[in-house]
Design a protein around this ligand. Structure first.
Ligand SMILES: NC(=O)c1ccc[n+]([C@@H]2O[C@H](COP(=O)([O-])OP(=O)(O)OC[C@H]3O[C@@H](n4cnc5c(N)ncnc54)[C@H](O)[C@@H]3O)[C@@H](O)[C@H]2O)c1
Length: 436
């Protein structure tokens, strides 16, 4: 749905009025999927080891490296903070950020790169590497102008499989992902595969975020199997015809759903990607909640993804190099009044994916989750005006996300080159103030 405040705040009179009154001034987000940073400043804060790899990766993406002194208005600032290990070293970090943050163009990107504090050689390095999380999140709140900021953790000893992640994080596809810690490991060894059209199962595909996910994968050339409830079959069929995919109308909670899905997968020679997107809310405070609401949410949001994945894995119908991506929610991270059932199910999805990631890694498969914040869909359009406005504005971007934002994050995690990301949860929330 349209965001009238965003349009008003960006009109001549509206910009002046909101500025004068000290009201939020969100900048329109440029989510053009084809847009990638054209210019980047690559800075070293403390003698890090990542500059050679980053230089090569940026060259492969056709991103021109600039010298901050002569190029105000560059699109991305990448800071190698891997060598920043002592309190004294943070001075280099301060100088890079203080000197350049104003020169980053609107809709630009800041990426800080370091290593997980768990791998730190000593306590002081652990403190600094953990400290970068606070720094990145604060930068995300200060940068404004729709600039997204991430902290990227790479392994200490092996080169990280960065290509698909840099392509995503420096593009319009990551416009609503900000304030995240993204762990990217080394690429797992994979067997050579015969290239084929990827087959992607998307549950809850008939509308909202699921429809955007289906379109996103189809645009990338995949065959999308769109699954939704039997009542949505006409919509699914129309969608399948439009996207050149196929439709699977069934209730995910039915006894025979896992077997039917495994059968469908077999007709395609297995799925390459499984996106567990279908979800429902049945809100009431716990004291007022009837058992039906509780059970329905557990069945759709938590039991179904687990049963279906187990059946697909048992039947060998998720191919080598496969990707499982589940849709969690900010509610599962921050909790939400009236959503004890939903929050349990969505936090449960996170716990499941974190564990599943370990179990499927030997099969060359990854399992990750996205946790959307406030996304403009039919679901959020039904929220009363004042609560909706609060939900929309309470993030560093000052506006709601679009279903495409979630779809693009899922497509990135499902990329064949994203094998170094496993067991992660990435929030698509414009750096929401909730659960931060
Ligand atoms: N919209 C948001 O702001 C938001 C925020 C966080 C998380 N999410 C999550 O994103 C996902 C998609 O949300 P949405 O806003 O597009 O919701 P939506 O209600 O528009 O779409 C959900 C789809 O799932 C399908 N579905 C529900 N139960 C099913 C079942 N038993 N079998 C088969 N299909 C079933 C529905 O028919 C529907 O098409 C959900 O998991 C939701 O919890 C949404």
């Amino acid at each position: 749905m349209s965001d009238r405040y965003l349009a008003f705040a960006n009109s001549g009179l509206g910009h002046w009025l909101t500025g004068t009154l000290g009201m939020p001034q969100p900048v329109p987000i440029d989510r053009d999927p084809q847009r990638i940073a054209r210019t980047a400043l690559l800075a070293d804060a403390g003698g890090g080891r990542l500059l050679p790899q980053l230089t090569e990766e940026l060259r492969a993406l056709d991103v021109a490296l600039v010298d901050g002194g002569d190029m105000p208005g560059f699109d991305a600032l990448l800071v190698d903070a891997s060598g920043c290990r002592t309190v004294a070293d943070t001075d280099a970090l301060y100088r890079v950020l203080h000197g350049h943050i104003r020169a980053i163009a609107a809709n630009g990107r800041i990426l800080l790169l370091t290593t997980d504090p768990a791998e730190a050689p000593d306590a002081e390095a652990a403190a600094i590497w953990r400290g970068l999380e606070g720094l990145a999140r604060s930068l995300g709140k200060e940068a404004r102008r729709a600039i997204a900021v991430q902290l990227v953790h790479v392994p200490l000893s092996a080169p990280a499989a960065l290509s698909s992640s840099l392509a995503f994080l420096l593009s319009g596809r990551s416009a609503y992902v900000s304030g995240q810690v993204i762990r990217i490991g080394a690429a797992p060894l994979s067997l050579p595969e015969t290239p084929r059209q990827r087959v992607v199962l998307v549950t809850g595909a008939s509308r909202g975020i699921g429809a955007a996910i289906a379109s996103c994968f189809a645009r990338q050339g995949a065959h999308v199997v769109g699954l939704d409830v039997p009542a949505a079959e006409p919509v699914l069929r129309e969608q399948a015809a439009r996207l050149g995919g196929s439709a699977l109308a069934l209730d995910l909670t039915a006894e025979d759903a896992p077997a039917r899905i495994a059968e469908d997968a077999a007709t395609h020679g297995g799925y390459d990607v499984v996106v567990h997107n279908a979800g429902i809310t049945r809100d009431k405070t716990i004291a007022r909640m009837d058992p039906g609401r509780w059970d329905a949410v557990m069945a759709v949001n938590l039991a179904a993804p687990m049963r279906i994945t187990a059946a697909l894995l048992a039947a060998g119908q998720i191919r080598h190099g496969g990707r499982i991506v589940a849709v969690s929610s900010l509610s599962g991270i921050a909790g939400n009044m009236g959503q004890t059932n939903y929050a349990l199910s969505k936090a449960g999805v996170i716990g499941w994916v974190e564990r599943l990631a370990r179990d499927v890694a030997p099969l060359g498969i990854t399992a990750n989750a996205v946790a959307p914040g406030f996304i403009e869909t039919q679901m959020t359009a039904a929220i009363p005006f004042l609560i909706r406005e609060a939900g929309r504005r309470m993030n560093a971007m000052g506006q709601g996300g679009q279903p495409e934002d979630v779809a693009e994050a899922i497509a990135w995690l499902a990329d064949p080159a994203s094998g170094g990301i496993n067991g992660e949860v990435v929030r698509v929330c414009g750096q929401s103030l909730l659960g931060a």
